[in-house]
Write a new protein. Structure first.
Length: 180
């Protein structure tokens, strides 16, 4: 219930005014976001997947867990081209764009605790592509671009959207192994 209210407030603030997006709405300091971005850049430069373990080493276990626990949307992409999305009630994941292709989220869903779960298929890109998620809450639609790109992985990659200096999207790999 608290996450649903937080999602609604964050989305309304961002939609109401661009200046609000610059404010810290996540409860975590802006230094945590900078730390996450720096750690992700380092891992990408080393051609490593960004995993929970590698991020915990870089930004701290507690800060990363606070971000994951505060996530209002989760999108899991599998190497076989299947997706599973979870959104808190009151907010909807409408679609996601991977490179130039947009994939609509299915209309059939099931409820798991406070989460709305949907599944479907997508085309796995041959090269890493930018990922953006279109989110809707109380009639307002916004697009959230994820910090890291999505490429071919050996395992699942989970993208989290959570409050961190506005809405922040980050993907974490299950295995951390990129497919060449």
């Amino acid at each position: 219930m608290t996450k649903r209210i937080a999602l609604t407030i964050v989305l309304l603030l961002i939609a109401a005014s661009p200046s609000f997006a610059q404010r810290d709405t996540g409860g975590l300091p802006q230094q945590v976001q900078w730390g996450m971005e720096h750690a992700m850049r380092d891992l990408e430069e080393k051609s490593l997947g960004i995993t929970v373990e590698s991020m915990e080493e870089s930004v701290g276990k507690e800060a990363l867990q606070d971000f994951i626990d505060g996530a209002v949307i989760r999108l899991i992409l599998s190497p076989e081209g299947q997706y599973t999305s979870y959104a808190l009630e009151g907010g909807d994941l409408m679609s996601f764009t991977l490179g130039k292709k947009e994939f609509a989220i299915g209309s059939e869903w099931e409820s798991e605790d406070d989460w709305i779960k949907t599944t479907g298929e997508f085309s796995v890109p041959k090269k890493p592509q930018k990922l953006a998620l279109k989110v809707s809450a109380q009639g307002q639609e916004i697009s959230v671009e994820c910090y890291n790109k999505h490429g071919r992985e050996e395992g699942n990659v989970t993208y989290y959207i959570g409050p961190l200096n506005g809405l922040f999207c980050m993907g974490l790999s299950d295995t951390g192994t990129l497919v060449e």
